[in-house]
Design a protein around this ligand. Sequence first.
Ligand code: TRP
Length: 337
Amino acid sequence: MNKATILTGITTTGTPHLGNYVGAIRPAIAASKDDNVRPFYFLADYHALIKCQEPERVRQSSLEIAASWLALGLDTANAVFYRQSDVPEIMELTWILTCVTAKGLMNRAHAYKAAVADNEQGGERDADKGITMGLFSYPILMAADILMFNANKVPVGKDQVQHIEMARDIAARFNHIYGEHFTLPEAVVEENSATLLGLDGRKMSKSYNNTIPLFEPEKKLKKLISKIKTNSLEPGVPKETEGCTLFGIYKAFATPSEVAEIRRRYAEGIGWGEMKQILFDYINDHIAPARERYEALLEAPDHIEQQLQEGAEKARAISIPFLREIRKAVGISRISS
Ligand code: TRP
């Protein structure tokens, strides 16, 4: 049987938080242990440059993300785990794809349209003010990430589905002109993976600055959990689980019977202070072993680097010959051998 190739990238601009863990990292690591799939996971560091022009932050984020995935038990024997910038063929493919991509397609990309809408609302005369070509054409870089390894399935958040559709369009256009070379990828949106709420009750997200970092040291984790916003119902008053940030996070970690028990406690009127303590204890116990490995890995950057180099080697064993094929298809090759 042919293994399905699943592929996803993580932009290296931040520190992984509980929402990333539950929504993306945990399912990806589970998939890395599944013999029926061949996962490609990479640090999307060239994507980071689109949003972030702070070199130190990009560097630190790459380190933290790589250490997190390894600490959480990513199976690097089955999965190909690499840094995008270590596979230069991706950048070459980006240009080749750029030359078959309609500008009109990029005009329709959500991220670009949102930036234009911001400018228009802000009364800017130039609707493109502050918008780089990186932001404008980044769906093409993303298409190259995906098409380079002929990924079948691409697990992403809802906000990225349009980019996968664009990658399909670009692949189809290339195949139409130059012959069948690329597999058309499909987006996989984890419908039943939980979306966690953050400290302020909005969706947990880097852009809202309301996150709980996954490997926050114990004391800080406790402090952050104590800061989670709740309503002002007193202990003894029955409480709703629906829409409750504390309950949502607990549910993403606990077993069904533990969740049922907490539901019962809500109905009885558990106090927020007690619930916060329960949540902290649960998450802290769950995360502690990986957190220890994470801290040890941060002290051993050579080990992390070596893993990434091995990943890049596996990736390039595919990308080098495949790019040669693609270059040949478009008429770029040696005149004589
Ligand atoms: N742009 C994606 C995000 O912001 C990250 C990413 C880069 C990606 N390249 C990818 C995801 C390729 C899937 C496939 O989340």
